[in-house]
Design a protein around this ligand. Structure first.
Ligand code: GLU
Length: 419
């Protein structure tokens, strides 16, 4: 039998990376087995907020490269079916009416147990389970009824979800059995925590997929990183393409201990992905990223700048501050300028015929000798005058790209300000 899984987000707020990691496991599992992966929104109403959250969830998943099969489904659309099934359970004696609501009978003794594909055997003593309301007196099905009814109706073979749902599982299993359904395989994957051991939240840094996108992470790098939160194919491999992840993902390699979200590792991994792109592909990413951010820098200028920064940034979001001097004016700190050096630089640069990085380099090196100063002493004030910052891409390349007139003008202005 082919596998069928579902990603079942609750439509509340922005899509959280911890939840997306769990969706990614579902998707990798399905794609690696020629199976299907559904998207089912677990909504309790049909407000405008739900519609917006759904659109946002779909956008985030698509950006990351996770697609789903068929139309997006909604839990609430199954409410009528839930009521019909509840009535059947009443007729069959597995449920009963109680002050207008319908309750399902839990077993009185013994255990409710399942073989969890991640956690192994899990048992709950039946005496801990109270008869549960499955349809409220106003006709609305409860969550722990709607969820297994949907899984049954949708033909779900594997429920891969966060381990905060372990305590719901015995109730959902009882529902499954009363329905006469073959329960799916449950796989409860560990939660994602921050480095302080607490559930990952805003206070640790970015948490929604949108924020990671805006910060300039590549979707492929983020996918690779998320896949390794609680799963590893072996002890070593870290960098894996989407195809490799699909091929290698198995539930038995998902760990039981909580996964830690290591922001520094993601930063490193993103840098590895950025540097691995060929020059054209990197420039495409930069153009797309800056376009999304509404930066109105001319595309040819952006493409010319891209090679200067490819080795220097680990996130595309670092680029605007890093190379903003090429596309707009700067305000250097007068304290960091030096009149003598900048006057010298103005003369040296004015004499450069062929405005190219190598020629600029020889002119500035000669200047160091003439002034009897170390390059560091000479280049510092020039860099500040031209880029407005102590850190920038390579100085010669920056001057070349900025162009002769603008460069000379900034050096001249720097000398004036320093005087
Ligand atoms: N909607 C639930 C959540 O957001 C998922 C429940 C499930 O996968 O069964 O955690």
């Amino acid at each position: 039998m082919s596998v069928r899984v579902r990603m079942a987000p609750s439509p509340t707020g922005l899509l959280h990376v911890g939840g997306v990691r769990t969706f990614l496991f579902n998707w990798l599992f399905a794609r690696g087995r020629g199976g299907e992966c559904l998207l089912r929104i677990e909504n309790t109403d049909t407000s405008r907020e739900v519609a917006e959250a759904t659109a946002q969830i779909e956008r985030s998943l698509r950006w990351l490269g996770i697609e789903w099969d068929g139309e997006t489904r909604f839990q609430l659309d199954g409410a009528e079916r839930c009521r019909t099934e509840a009535e059947r359970l009443v007729a069959e004696g597995d449920a009963y009416e109680d002050e207008g609501a319908i309750r399902i009978r839990m077993p009185d003794e013994g255990i409710v147990a399942w073989e969890d594909a991640v956690k192994g055997r899990i048992e709950f003593p039946a005496e801990q389970l109270e008869d549960m309301v499955i349809v409220r007196s106003d006709g609305r099905p409860t969550y722990n009824f709607a969820n297994p009814v949907d899984d049954w109706v949708d033909g779900i073979t594997h429920v891969i979800r966060g381990d905060d749902h372990v305590s719901n599982t015995p109730k959902q299993l009882v529902v499954m059995r009363a329905l006469g359904a073959e329960p799916p395989t449950y796989a409860h994957v560990p939660n994602v925590f921050g480095e302080d051991g607490r559930k990952l939240s805003k206070r640790h840094g970015a948490v929604s997929i949108d924020e990671f996108r805006e910060a300039g992470y590549l979707a492929a790098a983020l996918m690779n990183f998320l896949a390794l939160l609680g799963w590893a194919p072996d002890g070593e491999t870290t960098i894996m393409s989407r195809e490799e992840l699909i091929e290698r993902f198995t539930l038995d390699r998902v760990g039981v201990s909580p996964a830690t979200f290591d922001y520094a590792k993601l930063e490193w991994m993103n840098g590895v992905y950025l540097r691995a792109l060929d020059e054209g592909a990197f420039a495409d990413e930069v153009v797309r990223y800056l376009g999304d951010r509404g930066t109105e820098w001319p595309e040819d200028g952006v493409r010319a700048m891209a090679p200067l920064v490819q080795e220097k940034v680990s996130r595309l979001g670092e680029i605007p501050a890093f190379v903003g001097f090429l596309f707009g004016d700067v305000e250097p700190d007068p304290e960091l300028l030096d009149e003598r050096i900048l006057r010298g630089a103005e003369n040296a640069l004015a004499a450069v015929d062929d405005w190219s990085a190598p020629e600029i380099e020889s002119a500035l090196k000669r200047l160091c000798e003439e002034l009897g100063e170390k390059p560091r002493t000479v280049f510092g004030p020039i860099r500040v005058a031209v880029t407005g910052s102590k850190v920038s891409p390579g100085l010669y390349e920056s001057l070349e790209l900025l162009g002769r007139d603008a460069s000379l003008e900034r050096v001249r202005r720097g000398a004036r300000v320093a005087a």
